[in-house]
Design a protein around this ligand. Structure first.
Ligand code: NAD
Length: 431
């Protein structure tokens, strides 16, 4: 399979949205690159007394709508190109659901599995000291991403608070509850995804009671989406994780599946199930397919065989551009990642709001507000899809997001007098 460059794919989506909306080319010129990229060197004392030098990045793609927002990834394969693409996606993920944020992302090239807890803490604190000048609740608010977690967020918040000389809980989200975390954050990505699936099913006339669901990935996002859809009446017929899969057309209980995975380390071997591979799951005859694992899973060859009616992208970038074209040609309803996985950053936004107010909401309050934002976001994208004369859902989501960012840039005077903005009108859109 040819390597797909996520940064180039994200640029293509923006270009299509700008042109479809009939916006001035200046919009694309500003959005095609991040506003700021910072590369830092982090010397860390290892447990044996030697010093190892790590490379870290923080990228702020755009801040027209508000401070940059986006996670920090600790992974051996982190590159500046990848962090730039992820920061760009964050701009549009925040904008599509109307959050007052721009997009950012960070990363450190390291393998956290090889670091002791002490080394991991010194690295986390060292990263924050290195990028502290460009962070802050009004500037750029990180969060967890791959291989970073609430504990690391607590160290990072603590280091930033030491740098400022007072507690600055609002500098980072995804923190433990005891130091300003939000109720509902852990389930938020999955809950947001389940909400948009429910809205899509309603619109397409697919009853959720008895609807068959296949979920790729059984971690934070996948296992909770499975549980929530099961609670809505769906039948979970297949799940896979990195070690194998379980399939039972009569349906499986996701809570028992979770217990089985906790006990055995895998979903495979779940009582009453048959084994299933990742590719078999993606091409299974089902109503709803939720990719919730990795990027580039629904490639051109897989897309040709997908039989689901709805594909809800809980993962970031699970479908390649070629795969996406094929899904659309087949009339499969795709809920794109920037919308389907926006629940996590939405509750991160709530965490930041609660930190800024110093007043904390109940889980019911958080879920009620998340519901409101996800439902509105979904229907705004559907309306744009109609306004754009049936563009696909991904392009429609980018159109909603790009339009918001472009309007903010225009009123702030970032685009110059030549770039007169016009709201998209159906008659202005190419057929
Ligand atoms: P996680 O590490 O908790 O779970 C990942 C799951 O994918 C695991 O069950 C793992 O076994 C499985 N997996 C890995 N490789 C696989 C393979 N080859 N085939 C099948 N399964 C495989 O991660 P997560 O937080 O659930 O994130 C999953 C996706 O959702 C990622 O793309 C992430 O960027 C995206 N996402 C997560 C959040 C969040 O808040 N957790 C927010 C937005 C987007």
């Amino acid at each position: 399979m040819a390597e797909v460059n996520p940064f180039a794919s994200a640029q293509q989506e923006i270009k299509r949205a700008v042109s479809r909306l009939g916006l001035h080319p200046a919009v694309y010129e500003v959005l095609k690159q991040p506003l700021r990229e910072l590369t830092v060197v982090i010397p860390v004392e290892m447990d044996d007394g030697t010093v190892r030098v790590f490379t870290g990045y923080r990228v702020q793609h755009n801040s027209a709508l508000g401070p940059a927002k986006g996670g920090i990834r600790f992974h051996p394969d982190v590159t500046l190109e990848e962090v730039k693409a992820l920061a760009m996606w964050m701009t549009f993920k925040c904008a599509v659901v109307g959050l007052p944020y721009g997009g950012g992302k960070g990363g450190v090239v390291c393998n956290p599995k090889e670091l002791s807890p002490g080394e991991l803490e010194r690295l986390s604190r060292g990263y924050v000291r290195a990028v502290a000048e460009i962070l802050g609740p009004e500037k750029d608010i990180p969060a967890p991403d791959v291989y970073t977690n609430p504990r690391i967020m607590a160290w990072m918040m603590d280091e930033f608070s030491r740098y400022k000389g007072y507690n600055e809980f609002g500098v980072i989200t995804g923190k433990p509850l005891i130091v300003g975390g939000s109720a509902g954050r852990n389930e938020a990505t999955a809950r947001g995804c389940a909400i948009v699936v429910r809205e899509a099913a309603k619109m397409l006339g697919i009853p959720l009671a008895g609807a068959t669901v296949a979920v790729q990935g059984f971690g934070n996002a996948g296992s909770i989406v499975a549980r929530l859809l099961h609670e809505m009446g769906c039948r979970i017929v297949a799940v896979v994780d990195s070690t194998g899969g379980a399939c039972n057309t009569a349906g499986m209980d996701p809570v028992k599946l979770r217990d089985h995975k906790t006990k055995t380390g895998s979903v495979k071997g779940f009582p009453g199930s048959k084994p299933i591979s990742s590719t078999e799951l993606l091409t299974l005859d089902c109503d709803i397919l939720v990719p919730a694992a990795l990027e580039n899973q629904i490639t051109a060859s897989v897309a040709g065989q997908v039989r689901a009616k709805i594909v809800a992208e809980a993962a970031n970038g699970p479908t390649t551009p070629e795969g996406d074209r094929i899904l659309n040609q087949k009339g499969i309803f795709v809920i794109p990642d920037i919308l389907a996985s926006a629940g996590g950053v939405t509750v991160s936004y709530f965490e930041w709001v609660q930190n800024n107010m110093g007043y904390y909401w109940t889980e019911e309050e958080v879920n009620r507000r998340l519901e409101e934002i996800m439902v509105r976001g979904f229907h705004e994208v559907v309306s744009m899809r109609k306004l754009g004369r049936d563009v696909d859902m991904r392009l429609a989501a980018y159109m909603v997001a790009v339009k918001r960012v472009a309007e903010a840039m225009e009123v702030r005077g970032w685009l110059g007098r030549a770039a007169r903005m016009t709201a998209p009108r159906a008659e202005a859109l190419p057929a």
